[in-house]
Design a protein around this ligand. Structure first.
Ligand code: FAD
Length: 275
């Protein structure tokens, strides 16, 4: 691939699609630039064309519609932390946003960018799975909705086609009595999590999505089954052996990650039950 040769500021979504099509396979969109620019600097990506989508009004806005909180793809992490609608209807995201990186990154990084980037240690992808959110994506051919649990396919890999842009995310509204909790363990404040867990408790039971334990966020299906059929937290923790298959890396061994996953399960379940 050629190294970056061009930058184009999209004037409309159709313009963005045309630009992407004009250099298919060699063009990417840039939103907050907080992951992409670092990756270009490190020569981990080499794109011929950056299509800047930051100025498209269609990708902005936070509002309630049809039982969902719709979050535009350009919603910045700092907005998730402070927007009153997010705090009221999806407190999990308001809790998660301050855990992401540092203030400077949170003031530029976007929701769509975090989901498209699909870092397995990122907070927002796991939150979207725990919440049962749907990701709206569009190309020149039309729009489709992708459930969060099938959007993340592997390390930095999603169900997005090259010509598609994330437009927004629809998140089910918190009902009275629902509980939202996120916990993570990091070496230093602002670091990516070694292991993290996003939990949602509703009338349908608990949903627990881990991050930092695999090449993508993982729903702890076995542990959830046990908890949702009246089993004990000890049994749910034991079931994590079947749910999670972490690998060792320079940051932590697989066994240490398993240990932290169990610690987080106990903490999150206490918070979900007591809050
Ligand atoms: P960009 O960097 O602009 O783009 C990232 C990727 O997403 C690119 O491939 C781009 O083409 C694609 N993309 C962007 N928007 C769209 C869209 N609407 N549709 C389709 N594709 C799109 N993140 C965490 O979650 N937790 C952390 O603890 C954390 N720590 C960080 C620490 C540092 C030092 C840095 C530099 C970053 C960290 N991040 C962390 C990443 C940060 O949250 C990024 O902002 C985020 O992952 C990407 O958002 P962005 O808008 O900056 O995307």
């Amino acid at each position: 691939k050629a190294s970056v040769a061009g930058y184009a500021r999209a004037q409309s979504l159709d313009h963005a699609f045309n630009l992407l099509h004009s250099a298919l396979g060699e063009a990417v969109v840039i939103a907050g630039g907080q992951s992409l620019v670092a990756s270009l600097n490190l020569r981990l990506s080499e794109e011929a064309l950056l299509v800047d989508i930051r100025h498209l009004p269609e990708l902005r806005g936070i509002g309630v519609r049809d039982g969902f909180l719709r979050l535009g793809a350009l919603t910045r992490h700092v907005e998730l932390a402070s927007d009153p609608l997010v705090g009221e209807h999806v407190p999990l995201l308001a809790q998660a946003a301050p855990l992401i990186a540092h203030a400077a990154i949170r003031s530029r990084g976007t929701l769509g960018g975090s989901l498209a980037n699909a870092d397995p240690a990122a907070e927002l992808p796991a939150c979207m799975i725990a919440l049962g959110a749907e990701i709206l994506v569009r190309s020149a051919q039309g729009e489709r909705r992708i459930p969060a649990h099938s959007f993340f396919e592997g390390l930095f890999t999603t169900a997005l086609e090259e010509s598609e842009i994330i437009i927004a995310v629809d998140v089910p509204l918190k009902a009275a009595g629902d509980q939202h909790v996120i916990q993570e363990l990091t070496r230093r404040s602002g670091d990516y999590a070694i292991v993290g867990l996003a939990g949602v408790k509703s009338v349908n039971g608990v949903r627990l999505a881990y991050f930092g334990v695999s090449d993508k966020p993982v729903l702890a299906a076995g542990a959830m089954d046990i908890l949702n059929s009246g089993g004990s937290i000890d049994d749910a923790v034991a079931a994590l052996r079947g749910d999670l298959d972490p690998e060792s890396d320079p940051h932590a061994s697989a066994e240490y990650r398993r240990h932290l996953a169990a610690v987080l399960m106990r903490r999150v379940m206490v918070d979900l039950t007591n809050s």
